[in-house]
Design a protein around this ligand. Structure first.
Ligand SMILES: Cc1cc2nc3c(=O)[nH]c(=O)nc-3n(C[C@H](O)[C@H](O)[C@H](O)COP(=O)(O)O)c2cc1C
Length: 241
């Protein structure tokens, strides 16, 4: 799949999880820039050494698959570890406060997922978007239940974060049992997916769901977040210092 993606000659390509060296080397030989998303300091170091053009430091708050270190700790540690390679902060950022904080931690930019799932243009089901709007920060779970259902062998250290629902309430921390009941569970999730029933089907989303209160066009979201970040970065130092 990597070779096929490179053959399309993108300006830049994003890579996450697992051994970075061989993928980065191929992309660099093709003259394509690589953004490597790392969940640990060691993976960030290896990717920087292999020639990644930027490291996305992804904290555990993130929606979808992620590691176990929080954004607030991971970003500055990665900034120190890969200097002078630029670092982009990911995980738990959905408003101007998060963007301002990311810059203070030494990041050169931010990488947001959950906020844009709840954007007007996103292809996600409207009911899934509404689940994000309705969720609080503590309404997500990080586990392997939907990987087991889908038969995907994700490494233990990379679990997936979704909005808690009846399915995760039943199976979270009962993964062994789920493995034994996987045929029926898969049928239930497939049927729920087809019916748009997100009390069973997954909504991949992060803890930043608690900061998201509406579904709006992506352009508006970006403008508002960066206006808020700029205002904070101008005013806060005068109050704090
Ligand atoms: C619905 C969804 C799907 C995602 N799919 C992928 C993916 O296929 N590959 C990947 O590297 N990261 C994926 N991510 C993680 C994002 O790249 C990013 O790290 C994350 O969304 C940032 O945290 P946030 O969700 O708090 O903004 C996904 C995130 C979400 C919300």
């Amino acid at each position: 799949m990597w070779d096929e993606a490179l053959a399309l000659r993108p300006h830049a390509i994003s890579l996450s999880f697992g051994a970075p060296e061989v993928y980065i080397e191929k992309a660099k030989m093709a003259g394509i820039q690589v953004l490597y998303q790392a969940q640990t300091v060691e993976l960030a170091r290896r990717a920087a050494r292999a020639g990644a053009d930027a490291i996305v430091a992804q904290g555990t708050e993130a929606g979808g698959h992620t590691g176990s270190i929080s954004t607030f700790s991971l970003v500055p540690t990665v900034v120190d570890a890969v200097h002078p390679v630029p670092v982009i902060a990911a995980g738990g950022i959905a408003d101007g406060r998060g963007v301002a904080a990311a810059f203070m931690l030494g990041a050169e930019g931010v990488w947001m997922g959950t906020r844009f799932v709840a954007a007007a243009e996103a292809l996600a089901d409207a009911k899934a978007k509404q689940r994000i709007v309705d969720a609080q920060a503590d309404d997500t779970v990080l586990d392997h239940v939907f990987d087991i259902v889908q038969g995907l062998a994700w490494p233990e250290e990379f679990a997936g974060r979704t909005i808690r629902n009846a399915f995760t309430d039943r199976w979270h921390q009962h993964e062994g049992e789920l493995g034994r009941a996987v045929t029926e569970a898969r049928a239930a999730v497939d049927a729920a997916q087809a019916a748009g029933d997100f009390n069973i089907a997954p909504v991949w989303a992060g803890e930043a769901s608690g900061l998201i209160h509406d579904i709006r066009p992506a352009g508006e979201i970006v403008r508002e977040i960066f206006e808020e970040a700029e205002a904070i970065l101008r005013r806060r130092p005068q109050i704090v210092l």
